[in-house]
Design a protein around this ligand. Structure first.
Ligand SMILES: C[S@@+](CC[C@H](N)C(=O)[O-])C[C@H]1O[C@@H](n2cnc3c(N)ncnc32)[C@H](O)[C@@H]1O
Length: 257
């Protein structure tokens, strides 16, 4: 007997603007940081479907951009959006694991939620190797250039219920203060330190769960896979609302190389 294939869920870009908890207001501040002064080139590592990179290029009309991501569906969406916004001539978008990419330094660099490019694979559930990521990023930011580094942190001390739906370990992430120290040790000047607020997290998590709701709306309750999809929705909701809300955080650091 063959196992039923995993149901294909709607793509996350239909429910989320970014694959990170990020409000429009915070995104505008990050774009302003990356484009004043105007960069000649912009590099986004783990660009997802390219929303921030494309907005930076729209705000810096002379800049060229490059985005890489290991997820083919995300890069397809980024390519489609680059064409729709008239930016295709100024941006290269590539499906490639970050470690295999032939990267050259840029004036403006973005790396949000993608430090795993330089560390152990997420499936190994090891502590996130921020230092390896920051050292690699340091080489990719031209002297005087700018980096927006976004990464998961502990916003409150982790407890067993909060870590259980994540990797199960207290040392997966560090606090915001510890992360700022790591960026200084890597040789960056820290210009601005922020973290996502609970509204940003609530919007992000609701969007993340929305693909389950959309799947159920499209397939109906009688579909044999519907109970499993409902379970996944409920597990995700409970893990966030009852366990890691306010504990798992997301830092946004504006750094100068
Ligand atoms: C948390 S998401 C953030 C996406 C995007 N930066 C944003 O803010 O919307 C992390 C992204 O890193 C990508 N990624 C993970 N491991 C990668 C790797 N080894 N090489 C390239 N991209 C990777 C994922 O496919 C995903 O799109």
């Amino acid at each position: 007997m063959t196992a039923n294939p995993e149901p294909e869920l709607p793509p996350l870009h239909e429910s989320l603007t970014w694959l990170t908890p990020l409000s429009e207001a915070r995104a505008a501040a990050l774009i302003a940081f990356l484009t004043e002064p105007a960069p000649a080139d912009v590099l986004d590592l783990g660009c997802g479907w390219g929303e921030l990179l494309l907005r930076v290029l729209a705000a810096a009309p002379r800049a060229r951009g490059r985005g890489i991501d290991s997820a083919p569906a995300s890069i397809s969406r980024a390519v489609q959006q680059a064409r729709a916004r008239g930016l295709a001539e100024r941006v290269e978008l590539e499906v490639v694991p970050g470690r295999d990419a032939d990267l050259t330094p840029a004036d403006a660099v973005i790396c949000i939620g993608a430090s795993q490019i330089w560390g152990p694979p997420v499936e190994e559930a090891q502590p996130l190797d921020y230092a390896a990521a920051l050292q690699a990023l340091r080489q990719l930011v031209r002297p005087g250039g700018r980096l927006v580094y976004g990464e998961a942190i502990w916003s409150a001390p982790p407890h067993p219920a909060a870590t259980a739906p994540l990797s199960g370990r207290d040392d997966e992430f560090v606090t915001l203060d510890a992360l700022v120290e790591l960026t200084r040790e890597a040789g960056f000047e820290v210009l601005r330190v922020d973290q996502a607020d609970l509204d940003e997290w609530d919007v992000f998590e609701a969007g993340f769960r929305d693909r389950f709701t959309r799947w159920l709306a499209a397939h109906g309750d009688d579909d044999p896979a519907a109970p499993a999809i409902r379970d996944r929705h409920e597990q995700q909701r409970a893990a966030y609302e009852e366990d890691y809300r306010g504990v798992l955080g997301m830092a946004y650091l504006c750094l100068c190389g």
